[in-house]
Design a protein around this ligand. Structure first.
Ligand code: C2E
Ligand code: MG
Ligand code: MG
Length: 767
């Protein structure tokens, strides 16, 4: 439109100039013609000039109408828009613009604004305005009405004349977009931070990932390996095949991995998709020590249509394992031998029982005992005793199943000299005996150096899991019981059977009631007189224990002493007998009755106590009794022990002044030559010789010979179980010193015996 108007003006001007040229350049026309022409030309010039003026006027009128229309149109735009001159002299802003800038339209009817101020308000300089003119677009951020606005201005040239050009700028509010962008960038930043944190925490927490990804022939056979996991495995690739991964696993743990692969290949459709854990020892580098890792994985292939991600996190658990090992050491390791203790065996055994119920792999439980271990301990000292225990433990460990399977065997120390070996059955009934023979063979090899004088042997009881018990504890208990039976039988291996079970019950009941009897003082001492064949007076007594139940029934020591010996209660009984007998003898002496020698029966277990001298001395002192009035009766079972230790112990007691008798002589394993080496003061001929002595000439010869030999060794002799005068006479003739038997009195309560002592002292009863 503007260009068309200019073209008309140019055409008009050209026509006026052409007319003037014609007027000046053509003087040769006739005068009148010239005059007419001049008039014509002049009128044409006047017309043209008038026309130009009219056009100009029209033009000017027409242009101002356009501007108003334009302003009107700009006002109707509901987004901020303004018209401005390039010399920044004026501006016209629409309603939206004024609203944005907070300009009241009443104050400024023309909506005109100072452009300088506007640009200043939006933080731009005139230079920026020039830039807008050249580029056409500009994004601004401005605070209006207390709110931040982002506006994208688009500017175009509206009109141009010689002095200035007029521009039209329209703004599109991009505040929402900007804010979204900003929040996105903040979120991106947060994400980046959290990703960094994630990467860092992965690194610091030592978690790596192994994901089964690649599938060949319908099976997973390769892992994707995360960066951390690559470090764990000592690889640089982010993939590793199952085969290569398996090679990195410590050989004893590979079966776990094989089970896992089996699970992947044959998933249990019923199985819950729960995470599982597989603890593996992995070699970072072959030949280098392994590191413990826990692989927490999901292996759920229930949905066969899709390929689920199977895999999980690999976590370094070396520290935990070290702590576990330390805790395990304190809780589950025997201090002396450093093999598993009873607690560990029981926990592990329970696991084996549970495994049996699933996999039906049976076990043997063998309980072993070092024969006469107390002798080793007492004679060689505790340090040597411990050494033997350690050696024995290492032999057992040697014969423990090695860890090629899920639940390998286990060697444990149950306490004292008792050990256990848990082993797989392999359907071989001879296996326990075979293993025990090997153990015994190795153990016997230690009989050199400081243990040269000892015979190192062991015995064992064995029970079968699950045949011999419904729980592991029951199986173990039965193996232990088989061992106690085996000891009594003098055989070195005994298997558990049902008959033994009855015996267990019987013995268990007996033990229980005996222990109650001790507590409730149902044990009592009876005294049997010992008669001097020379003076024909009572010279002593034997203290014999009686268990008298509240209903008056009496239980023979022949019944309960063996039970007490097995259960260990014998030492309580012996201490009671020693104290009571000493007190009683001392009391009678203090009461003025003729002093007598009190004999007490000493079990071999009591005798081998390291502090036996101290115990005896203590009781003598507290009873105010001289040692020469106390006689300890030992049995020939001492012969089973270590002879040197026996002699030392006896010498120590003799040195105290205590008398020592060999009880039941002739029934045991000891020979006279053996007896000769012992510092005994008295030989007690067993009742079995005496019964026959009147009728059996062989018995007479033996008894006579024994009496003579004893005399030659400065030992006195006493005959037990003398019931008849004839027996007494024969014995006296043979030179026997004393007799004990029903002939002179049955074992009796203290009060009755006191009466006998009164007669002995005063010739009559006095009380
Ligand atoms: P022992 O030490 O040989 O005791 C002698 C046993 O022979 C006693 O049996 C006694 O009553 C019995 N006896 C004595 N004279 C005669 C007789 O003329 N004829 C018959 N038929 N028997 C006679 P008791 O009291 O039943 O003791 C049995 C065994 O129990 C004892 O044999 C001893 O080995 C053990 N015993 C008894 N008391 C104790 C004790 O306090 N401690 C220990 N460790 N063992 C004891
Ligand atoms: Mg006796
Ligand atoms: Mg006897």
């Amino acid at each position: 439109m503007q260009n068309n108007k200019n073209l008309i003006l140019w055409v008009e001007l050209l026509f006026a100039l052409l007319s003037l040229w014609v007027l000046l350049m053509v003087p040769s026309y006739p005068e009148y013609a010239m005059a007419v022409l001049r008039v014509y030309i002049l009128s044409m010039i006047v017309l043209t000039v008038s026309l130009v003026l009219v056009v100009r006027r029209y033009q000017s009128q027409h242009s101002s109408v356009d501007m108003n229309r334009i302003f009107d149109m700009v006002d109707r735009i509901d987004t901020p828009a303004f018209i401005w001159a390039s010399d920044l002299s004026m501006m016209y802003g629409n309603h939206a613009m004024n609203e944005l800038l907070g300009i009241s339209e009443d104050d400024n009817g023309t909506h005109a604004l100072e452009l300088n101020r506007f640009f200043h308000d939006i933080g731009l300089s005139p230079k920026d305005a020039a830039e807008i003119m050249s580029k056409g677009t500009l994004s601004t951020g401005m605070v209006a009405n207390g709110q931040k606005h982002y506006i994208n201005w688009s500017t175009s040239l509206m009109m141009q004349n010689d002095i200035a050009s007029l521009h039209f700028s329209i703004g599109f509010e991009t505040t929402e977009l900007e804010e979204a962008k900003q929040s996105l960038s903040e979120k991106t930043e947060t994400l980046a931070i959290s990703e960094n944190r994630y990467a860092l925490s992965m690194k610091l927490s030592g978690v790596g990932f192994l994901l089964c990804e690649t599938i060949h022939n319908g099976c997973y056979n390769e892992y994707y390996v995360s960066k951390e996991a690559q470090e764990f495995l000592g690889i640089t690739s982010d993939h590793i095949s199952f085969h290569e991964f398996r090679k990195k696993i410590y050989s004893d743990d590979r079966y776990k991995f094989d089970n896992y692969i089996r699970e992947l290949e044959h998933p249990d459709p019923e199985a819950e998709p729960v995470p599982r854990v597989m603890e593996l020892r992995i070699h970072h580098e072959m030949g280098k020590p392994f590191v413990w890792y826990a692989y927490h994985y999901h292996a759920n292939l229930v949905d066969s249509n899709k390929i689920p991600i199977v895999g999980g996190a690999l976590v370094n658990i070396s520290e935990e394992k070290e702590k576990d090992a330390l805790l395990e050491k304190y809780a589950y390791q025997d201090e002396i031998t450093e093999i598993s203790n009873r607690k560990k065996l029981i926990e592990y055994g329970k696991e084996c029982y549970a495994a049996y119920e699933k996999e039906h792999k049976p076990y043997w439980v063998m309980v072993l005992d070092i024969d006469r271990f107390h002798l080793i301990n007492d004679s060689c000292g505790y340090a040597s005793g411990n050494k033997v225990l350690r050696e024995f433990a290492s032999i057992l460990s040697k014969y423990q199943d090695q860890g090629k399977q899920d639940k390998p065997g286990l060697a444990a120390r149950l306490g004292a000299d008792n050990f256990a070996l848990l082993m797989h059955d392999y359907e071989d009934d001879e296996l326990p005996k075979h293993k025990l023979d090997l153990i015994r063979k190795d153990f016997a090899k230690l009989e050199s150096g400081e243990f040269a004088s000892l015979s190192l042997t062991c015995s064992a009881g064995v029970a079968h899991l699950p045949r011999d018990g419904k729980t592991f504890e029951e199986v173990l208990e039965h193996a232990e019981f088989a061992l106690t039976i085996c000891k009594g039988e003098l055989s070195y291996l005994m298997g558990y059977d049902a008959e033994m079970h009855q015996e267990i019950l019987h013995q268990g009941e007996m033990e229980k009631s005996l222990s109650d009897a001790i507590e409730q003082h149902h044990l009592q001492l009876y005294y049997q007189p010992k008669f001097d064949l020379h003076t024909e007076k009572i010279m002593g007594a034997e203290a014999l224990i009686r268990w008298i139940k509240p209903d008056g029934t009496m239980i023979s020591p022949n019944v309960f002493i063996p039970v007490a010996e097995k259960s260990g209660m014998i030492s309580d009984i012996s201490n009671f007998v020693l104290r009571e007998a000493c007190q009683q003898t001392g009391l009678w002496q203090k009461e003025g009755l003729s002093p007598i020698v009190m004999s007490i029966n000493f079990a071999s277990g009591d005798f081998y106590q390291a502090n036996v001298c101290e115990v005896v001395q203590h009781e003598l002192d507290s009873a105010g009794l001289q040692p020469k009035y106390l006689e300890l009766e030992l049995t020939e079972r001492l012969a089973l022990g270590d002879i040197n230790y026996t002699i030392d112990q006896m010498n120590a007691l003799r040195a105290m002044g205590v008398l020592l008798a060999m009880d039941d002589f002739g029934t045991g394993y000891s020979s006279l030559s053996y007896i000769q080496r012992l510092p005994l003061t008295l030989l007690k001929l067993d009742r079995s010789f005496i019964i026959e002595i009147e009728t059996d000439s062989v018995a007479q010869v033996i008894v006579s010979a024994v009496i003579q030999i004893a005399k030659s060794m400065n030992m006195e002799t006493i005959a037990e179980g003398v019931e008849y005068e004839g027996q007494s006479k024969i014995l006296k003739d043979m030179g026997c010193d004393y007799i004990q038997g029903y002939l002179y009195g049955k074992p009796m309560p203290a009060a009755d015996f006191r009466k006998r002592l009164e007669i002995n002292t005063y010739g009559k009863e006095v009380s």
